[in-house]
Design a protein. Structure first.
Length: 433
């Protein structure tokens, strides 16, 4: 590897790692796509190798992208809101704005290298998931006498070296090691302290960051089955993460917050010489992570502090309450139009049924990841020096989930309704080496 390439590679990793970690919740708490080119196509990309970031979705694509580097930065703006009604507690009913922090910068970096003999190496550094709420006022059912405004901040960063190889002229496979760092903080949850499994709850709402590390394995295949049809498949294993010690009284299993597995299939059809249509289906297995999928009720009501008899169902317990999220299937449709030799236009649509049941909106006041429908646009301009400048825009349409029996009777009853919409605008610069 040439010295200049080594320097660029080191600089790319350093830049991506130095940008403050931020949250992007579009498909639950995962982003709708990885890489600006894919993002402009609704996140579709399992069967397409458009840039060096494609291997973060499907590791096999690293064998098809040649020698390439990509840098990107996405400006993400979610609009989070909760409405509380029917509570007898004074000063609780009303609308809560979760946008005290309103703008987030999300970096991405990709590198691919042809090793010869059909083999290739890739490296991606991306923010792949997270959730943030930062409310404008206290919520009495959470805060009690505390003046802390409730909110959370979860962000996840993946550093993923990849090895890929061509099986023959038309088929390739790949494997990635996803080295993951996540951080989290929560504040304004003082009312829940006595419901912790240890009976104290001093590791529940510190308001300071804690970090967690772990890894997962990504597998991928892509195959050109005809002149116009390419297929792809990917699987990312569940990531076993170290525990958030500062939040061992909040998350089930003493602060455990693993990252769920994902499985995806993709197809790309070259409908005309200028038009390619891509379609992906991805399943996110939120139900495999107790701290995400365990319901608030009846679990919390079975805690002795709430009149029950099972200490393991208190907050932080082995079967402690979570956010009640269900598995999510996401459909991604994208279009690529080679408008001119130096200009590519993209559009896409991303849809997935949001994972929060109407009965679980009370605790998801903290994590209202309810958007379902996303419209995307994108473009790539090839510059005079041969480099590419790519833009991508995403709008997630406003979605409201109305609570149904959401505030437990032990908290006085009532309902929490969740609402969210999002916008994102990104730019990337990349070139073939």
């Amino acid at each position: 590897m040439k010295s200049a390439t080594k320097k660029i590679l080191a600089m790319g990793v350093a830049v991506a790692l130095s940008v403050p970690m931020t949250a992007m919740a579009t498909n639950g708490y995962f982003g709708h796509g990885i890489g600006m080119k894919s993002m402009g196509m609704g996140g579709a990309g399992i069967a397409m190798a458009q840039d060096s970031l494609a291997s973060a979705t499907n590791p096999a694509t690293a064998a098809l992208t040649g020698n390439r580097i990509d840098f990107g930065l996405n400006l993400f703006r979610p609009d989070r809101e909760a409405r509380v009604s029917g509570s007898p507690a004074p000063g609780v009913n009303g609308t809560y704005d979760g946008n005290e922090t309103s703008m987030f910068l999300i970096p991405e970096f990709g590198y691919s290298r042809d090793l010869g003999h059909g083999k290739a190496f890739g490296l991606t550094v991306v923010g792949r998931g997270g959730m943030n709420t930062d409310y404008d006022k206290v919520f009495g059912l959470y805060n009690g006498a505390s003046s802390d405004k409730p909110g959370i901040d979860l962000a996840q960063l993946y550093v993923s070296p990849t090895f890929a190889m061509k099986l023959n002229q038309d088929h390739a496979v790949g494997i990635s090691l996803n080295m993951i760092y996540q951080r989290f903080k929560a504040q304004g949850l003082d009312n829940f302290a006595g419901m912790a499994a240890d009976g104290v709850g001093d590791n529940l709402t510190s308001g300071s960051y804690d970090s967690s590390t772990g890894f997962s394995i990504g597998l991928g295949w892509t195959g050109k089955v005809s002149q116009i049809l390419t297929l792809g498949a990917m699987y990312t294993s569940k990531a076993n993460m170290s525990k958030f010690d500062k939040y061992s009284d909040l998350f089930a299993e003493q602060g455990d917050f693993d990252i769920p597995a994902t499985l995806g299939l993709g197809v790309a059809v070259k409908a005309t010489p200028a038009l390619t249509v891509a379609f992906d289906v991805t399943k996110i297995y939120y139900s495999s992570v107790a701290s995400i999928s365990n319901p608030l009720t009846p679990n919390l009501l079975n805690c002795p502090a709430m009149g029950g008899t099972d200490q393991s169902q208190c907050l932080g317990g082995d079967n402690g309450p979570g956010f009640g999220w269900e598995d999510m299937t996401v459909y991604k449709l994208g279009f690529l139009w080679q408008y001119q030799n130096d200009l590519v236009l993209r559009a896409g649509f991303n849809k997935g049924k949001q994972p929060i049941p109407a009965s679980e909106t009370f605790f998801n006041f903290l994590a209202p990841g309810v958007v379902e429908n996303h419209l995307t646009l994108g473009a790539t301009k090839t510059l005079a020096n041969g480099a590419e400048l790519t833009f991508a825009y995403m709008h997630a349409f406003s979605k409201e989930v109305k609570g149904s029996g959401s505030i437990p009777g032990a908290f006085g009853g009532g309902e929490v309704d969740l609402k969210m919409s999002q916008n994102a605008l990104g730019v990337a610069y990349g070139w073939d080496m």
